[in-house]
Design a protein around this ligand. Structure first.
Ligand SMILES: [Fe+2]
Length: 297
């Protein structure tokens, strides 16, 4: 009797599952066609020079041990207490190192309109292998956008796999391959297959990995032997935000939950302040600015 009920429930559920998969498949297909037409139009204006372009979409750097330790301290002060990120003068040296290293790379790749979107702490564990979003092969469906992973605690057992493009900006053939690889997750299936030419970005204490999320990538969490702690930053050209967010419903720009405060002294840090979008910078408190995308949210 119990078995019969189970079978009955399964039969009842299958049309719902088929409908859900079909809906996911159709919305992804529409979104994909808009990316290869409209978003590519915006991305044609990218500068695509420097180290990231030389590697066709990624770069590997290192962070000093002093700054690595500082990020760990900052994480412990804010992450577990679910407090907003505050960049205080005590963090200036660390952020000077980070932005001095990143700024020329980002401007050279995205161009003079490149802006900071998000700064957030992130903790990934073995359980993230069950995540449909990041553990399967995908692109972020926003066209060119740089994500920076600064690992301040990790043993390298949770790498990000990427499929390099043969060209500075992926050609149509690469996009079609991306579509075929990603469609699985929109059908509710996982796709963690090993690909011959995949490159491994290792996240271990003191590494900085920069990735254009236009490339096919996936987080490999399934073999984790330790948790991965990182500061994640995102940069893009805001010209395409309105279309990407309003029409594609893709996650790009400054998300309200990741809005952060920075002390006025950070404005003197040119490598940091030149990447701030004035439209998202609000004087909020006596000595602090709030960085948030009120316009769109
Ligand atoms: Fe992603």
């Amino acid at each position: 009797m119990i078995n019969l009920i189970k079978i009955y429930k399964k039969i009842l559920k299958s049309p719902i599952l088929i409908f859900k998969s079909l809906k996911g498949f159709l919305s992804f297909s529409v979104r994909f066609s808009l990316i290869i037409s409209v978003i590519r139009f915006y991305d044609r204006k990218l500068k695509l020079q420097g180290e990231i372009a030389k590697n066709n979409g990624y770069a590997k750097l290192n962070l000093s041990s002093t700054s690595t330790k500082h990020l760990n301290k900052l994480f412990n002060e804010s992450f577990y207490k679910k407090k907003k990120l505050y960049l205080e003068p005590s963090s200036l040296i660390t952020f000077k190192e980070i932005f001095d290293k990143l700024n020329p790379m980002i401007i050279n790749y995205i161009g003079k309109n490149a802006k900071l979107d998000n700064i957030m702490f992130n903790l990934t564990t073995k359980e993230h292998a069950n995540s449909k979003a990041s553990s399967n092969w995908h692109t972020d469906n926003v066209g060119a956008r740089l994500k920076v992973f600064i690992c301040f605690k990790g043993d390298g057992s949770q790498p990000t796999y990427i499929i390099p493009s043969k060209t500075k900006y992926p050609k149509m053939f690469y996009f079609l391959k991306s579509y075929l690889m990603e469609v699985f997750r929109w059908l509710g299936k996982s796709n963690k297959i090993k690909i011959k030419n995949e490159i491994s970005l290792i996240h271990k204490t003191g590494t900085i990995n920069v990735l254009d999320t236009n490339l096919l990538h996936r987080g490999c969490y399934e073999n984790a032997t330790k948790d991965r702690y990182e500061l994640k930053l995102e940069f893009s050209d805001p010209a395409k935000h309105f279309f990407a967010r309003r029409v594609l419903l893709s996650p790009i720009g400054t998300e309200k939950m990741y809005s952060f405060f920075f002390h006025k002294d950070f404005l003197k840090l040119n490598s940091f302040s030149s990447l701030l979008d004035q439209k998202r910078t609000y004087k909020k408190l006596k000595d602090h600015y709030l960085y948030n995308d009120f316009d769109i949210l």
